[in-house]
Design a protein around this ligand. Structure first.
Ligand code: SF4
Length: 299
């Protein structure tokens, strides 16, 4: 497989599904997430501290992704069967390590301590479901022959260009079987067809661009790992990729409209980045302390 093209650094913002999702959810959260150094209201160290908070669902996903990555990389080196007790032991140790991170649930006093065993059981359920899935057996039988061409969470941010716009699309696992390129994306949360299909189209566009592959021979598969293993397999057409490029353009232009300097990615004044009025987003937001502080101090 051709090496992934690298791009020289430019400060201009790059579209990503998660960036636009944050932008849509709450402009203030978007400001804190991407433009913290321009904030004049709160110390950068405080914003960064809140930004660094993880959550139980997020970290469960991180652990599962990292264990699957290690598992696939191990399959690239060896055909030997998985030693399940060792595999679970490795996973438990990794879970313990990841649980040392600062968690929003503790910071905001929703819980007094993490239940590491419960997190591990959730991680284990996801991994066991994958290992017992028909897809995993199919993978071992059909994809192992091309294991030197597997791309498993490529390093970096997955920068690409969609039409002329910078974008970031980072695949979990891409591999060829026959004349097809498969893209697998592991999900540990609930299904969200609209959001996840859009994300997968991004991955297909990325793969078509970097490997010059016919988009219609790229098969993105969303693998939901719990409560049971289920899949959502997409059939991508050239029209989908063209439609996706238009979405990226429109969403990028929307985000550009909040820049005072687009090329340098300097934001307009913070006041224009309004707080959401939908409280449901605030309940899970890392930055709620900053918004509450302001409220407590008065209008
Ligand atoms: S707490 Fe609410 S208003 Fe404040 S940044 Fe987060 S989502 Fe936006």
């Amino acid at each position: 497989m051709t090496p992934i093209k690298q791009f020289p650094y430019t400060p201009i913002l790059g579209w990503s599904a998660s960036r636009f999702d944050t932008f849509k959810t709450c402009r203030r959260r978007y400001f804190y997430t991407y433009y913290a150094k321009f904030d004049r209201e709160f110390p950068l160290s405080k914003i960064n501290q809140l930004k660094a908070l993880t959550t139980i669902p997020l970290e469960t996903g991180n652990i599962v992704h990292d264990v699957i990555k290690a598992l696939l990389e191990r399959f690239q080196k060896s055909h030997a069967r998985i030693d399940l007790p060792k595999f679970h032991d490795y996973t438990r140790k990794l879970t313990g390590r990841y649980c040392e991170k600062p968690f929003a649930e503790i910071y905001y006093q929703e819980i007094s301590r993490l239940n590491v065993d419960e997190i591990f059981e959730n991680v284990r359920l996801c991994l066991d479901n994958l290992l017992n899935s028909p897809r995993f057996h199919w993978l071992i039988q059909n994809a192992i022959a091309t294991r030197d061409r597997w791309i498993i969470e490529p390093p970096g941010y997955g920068q690409t260009v969609i039409k002329e716009y910078k974008a970031y699309c980072k695949v979990d696992f891409l591999f060829p079987v026959g004349d097809k390129l498969y893209i697998m994306d592991w999900k540990t949360g609930k299904a969200d067809a609209v959001k996840h299909h859009k994300q997968m189209l991004g991955y297909a566009a990325w793969a078509a661009f970097h490997f010059g592959h016919d988009p219609e021979s790229i098969d993105p598969v969303i693998a939901y790992l719990k409560p049971d293993y289920t899949e959502d397999a997409l059939h991508v057409t050239r029209a989908d990729i063209d439609g996706f490029a238009k979405i990226v353009k429109n969403e990028t232009l929307e985000m550009y409209s909040f820049c005072a300097d687009i090329e340098e990615n300097i934001p307009k004044e913070k006041g224009l980045f309004e707080k959401t009025t939908l409280k449901v987003f605030c309940d899970y937001c890392n930055f709620r302390e900053l918004c509450r502080e302001k409220t407590a101090a008065g209008p």
